[in-house]
Ligand binder design. Structure first.
Ligand code: ATP
Length: 665
């Protein structure tokens, strides 16, 4: 940087702009608080006014919260066009001065696009892209890029890349939002106008999760009708969801639900099971088996005998089948279709009773005429004979609908079902007993059974973001799709990191049953997590587990990965010693120990309090640490069909340092 650069002057100028923004933000918060007070104090008359008031209070509370969430790092960027004097500041939300002039542009607005997309090759009319770093409300750093090929002047503070600074800071155990440093290839996906299904894949650390979460924030901002139906972020386990839990709130979005399959279904998985069983339970064929079981509890080609107080009426199989087909035609689920079926059957029954009553009366009249030798019509003067009987068929119909004996007769051919029992019936072959808890793989079966028995889920979402999507089995895909009837989804994952419970190997295979080939596919290629040295060390394993994949391109360099041999007995003590050494050398940094599941449990106890987090390899997906120590890589590799992929996941969790402790007997 040349000495003439006027850093102080530029910082002062930005400080004034930023203060004006904060003043406006606070004025806005105060105005909404006052409105909130007023609404609360307004007297209401009747439930509909009360409801309208509650809606307004909720809307104001949410908008105040959104404004307050923008408090931290309110403004982080600025763009200056080559052809204009004016500049635009970019930040967490949009703010307009009283004269209507934009003081701050929401990072998701179209006007902010060049901040992310402009490059030296394609400057999009920009002369300069500026990054601002705030500490509280103080501007503490400025970083400029000149994009139009002109030379920097005294007001341009060209320095280190803000991305590299963001990536080099110590991890905190929680993912941070990256609105200030989203890269062009990421931003293009985040801002895509595509509302349908979008798949984003790429190697570990290529920013898939970052893209997915910023995409969720973008969907909420840009697609109002989808946002109104709710946005869900799906992750494989709670540890992962905790890791990403702060990103959307810090982007001002609190209305996004984070969920695992257990949350979606509302049932906890309390039982583990061997991988091959989980895999078998994940097959879509089980959906057919469940549907078949349900059909077995519906009448096919059988008559129905219904006893009423006067009569026994037999409905023929063709009539019963027609009622069944009609009841099921809208896919409302077995139990609700049963109610419809009952109505159709009672209609048929009433028709039958009407017919037989009419016949009885006319038989009786004929008999009477024959007996008396007269023509009744001539006596009564018209044909009003049976009509005079005034039978109230509607109330008979109502009574029949409530008649327990009719209900019993219908139950014999169409019993009410309980979804959970149906799954237990299905799982008899897997020797799952009546009182056993559910496993993770069972949850998707429960969701399927509930849809078959009780109809579509009560709660569905306008958009679902699926992270670590390579983990999903066919049954789990079905469950997720069921909760997103509009098929608006952002799906991110890396098939090379697939776990043991799925058999799916391509996105086409996973998505075809739901959207055919109608999905957009993007690939991320730059690695933001791992150093080049660590990535190179993973290359042989990647070649083995996903021969058609290349390692991604890292933007950072660092230490060479270390491999140490230890004896089995000394492993825990060596580990403790290493953790102590690394913590001392790199205070404040995160250390993760990854081991096969059983060993992770044992090591957890052995190194408790040493300041490292022990993670079972299958649970390490999506997480990251400054240093990763792999305890017994061979043990992870040998732990099952997904062992080599679990090891690859373990190797790719480190931002700075990777150590492997090989255990010898
Ligand atoms: N544009 C960015 N600005 C700042 N940090 C970023 C950016 N993109 C990615 N990162 C960081 O890089 C790291 C890896 O990103 P992320 O976890 O999204 O990758 P991933 O592709 O989901 O990885 P995995 O496949 O291992 O789950 C994270 O720490 C993330 O915060």
């Amino acid at each position: 940087m040349s000495e003439q650069v006027d850093k102080v002057g530029q910082v002062d100028e930005e400080q004034r702009s930023v203060e004006a923004m904060y003043a406006l933000l606070h004025a806005e918060v105060s105005a909404r608080r006052a409105a909130h007070e007023r609404v609360i104090e307004t007297p209401v008359d009747g439930p509909s006014e009360r409801y309208a008031r509650e809606l307004e209070v909720a809307r104001l509370t949410e908008s105040i919260r959104q404004l307050q969430a923008a408090e931290h790092s309110l403004c982080f960027g600025r763009i200056d066009r080559s052809d204009q004097e004016e500049s635009l500041h970019i930040g967490r939300l949009g703010l307009r001065a009283e004269d209507g002039r934009p003081l701050l542009i929401d990072w998701r607005a179209e006007a902010a696009r060049p901040f992310y997309a402009a490059t030296l090759a394609e400057p999009m009319g920009l002369r300069r892209r500026r990054h601002l770093r705030l500490d509280g409300r103080d501007v503490v750093d400025i970083n400029d890029e000149i994009l139009d090929g002109t030379s920097p002047t005294v007001v341009d503070l060209v320095g280190d890349s803000p991305l590299v600074s963001a990536l080099s800071t110590a991890r905190t155990g929680r993912m941070h939002e990256a609105a200030a440093t989203l890269q062009a290839e990421q931003d293009e996906i985040v801002r895509s106008p595509h509302r349908g299904v979008m798949v984003v894949d790429g190697g570990p650390g290529t920013g898939k999760t970052i893209v997915a979460l910023h995409r969720a924030a973008y969907v909420l901002y840009a697609f109002a009708s989808i946002a109104d139906q709710g946005v869900l972020v799906y992750g494989p386990n709670r540890r992962f969801l905790t890791y990403i839990s702060e990103v959307l709130p810090s982007l001002g979005e609190n209305d996004v639900r984070l969920a695992t399959m257990a949350d979606l279904v509302g049932v906890e998985a309390t039982r583990t099971e061997p991988d091959h069983i989980a895999r078998a339970k994940g097959r879509a064929a089980l959906a057919d088996d469940l549907a078949r079981l349900v059909r077995q509890h519906q009448p096919h080609g059988v008559p129905l005998e219904l006893k009423t107080t006067h009569d026994t009426v037999r409905l023929e199989p063709a009539v019963v089948d027609a009622a069944r087909r009609q009841a099921l035609q809208n896919g409302i689920g077995h139990n609700r279709a049963r109610e419809l079926f009952t109505e159709y059957v009672v209609d048929d029954l009433v028709n039958e009773l009407e017919r037989s009553t009419a016949k009885e009366i006319s038989d009786f009249e004929e008999e009477l005429e024959a007996h008396l030798g007269i023509d009744l019509d001539r006596f009564t003067g018209n044909d009003a004979r049976t009509d005079d009987l005034e039978v109230d068929w509607d109330s008979i119909r109502e009574d029949l609908l409530d008649d327990p004996s009719i209900d019993r007769a219908i139950t014999r051919v169409w019993p009410r079902l309980v979804a959970d029992d149906l799954v237990r019936e299905l799982l008899k072959d897997f020797s799952v007993g009546r009182n056993d808890g559910w496993s993770n793989a069972d949850l998707a079966l429960l969701d399927e059974a509930r849809a078959l028995v009780d109809g579509a889920p009560e709660k569905s979402y306008g958009h679902i973001v699926v992270d670590e999507a390579q983990q999903l089995s066919e049954m789990q895909w079905r469950a997720l799709m069921r909760h997103c009837p509009g098929r608006s989804m952002t799906i991110v994952g890396d098939l090379a990191q697939a776990g043991p419970s799925t058999t799916l190997r391509t996105w086409d295979e996973a998505l075809k049953p739901f959207v055919g080939e109608r999905f957009a596919h993007h690939r991320l290629t730059v690695n933001y997590r791992t150093t080049t040295e660590i990535l190179l060390a993973t290359e042989p394993l990647l070649a083995e587990i996903a021969p058609d994949q290349q390692i991604s391109r890292s933007i950072r360099h660092g230490e060479q990965p270390l491999v140490l041999g230890v004896t089995e007995e000394s492993l825990p003590s060596t580990l403790s010693r290493l953790i102590a050494e690394i913590s001392e050398e790199h205070p404040g940094e995160l250390i993760g120990v990854v081991a096969a599941t059983e060993r992770a449990l044992a090591l957890e106890a052995a190194v408790r309090g040493d300041g490292a987090t022990v993670v079972a390899a299958p649970e390490a997906r999506g997480l990251e640490f400054d240093t990763v120590i792999i305890a017994d890589p061979a043990g992870i590799r040998a732990a099952g069909v997904a062992g080599p992929r679990d090891l690859y996941v373990a190797q790719t969790r480190a931002t700075k340092r990777l150590l492997s402790l090989w255990a010898r007997p």
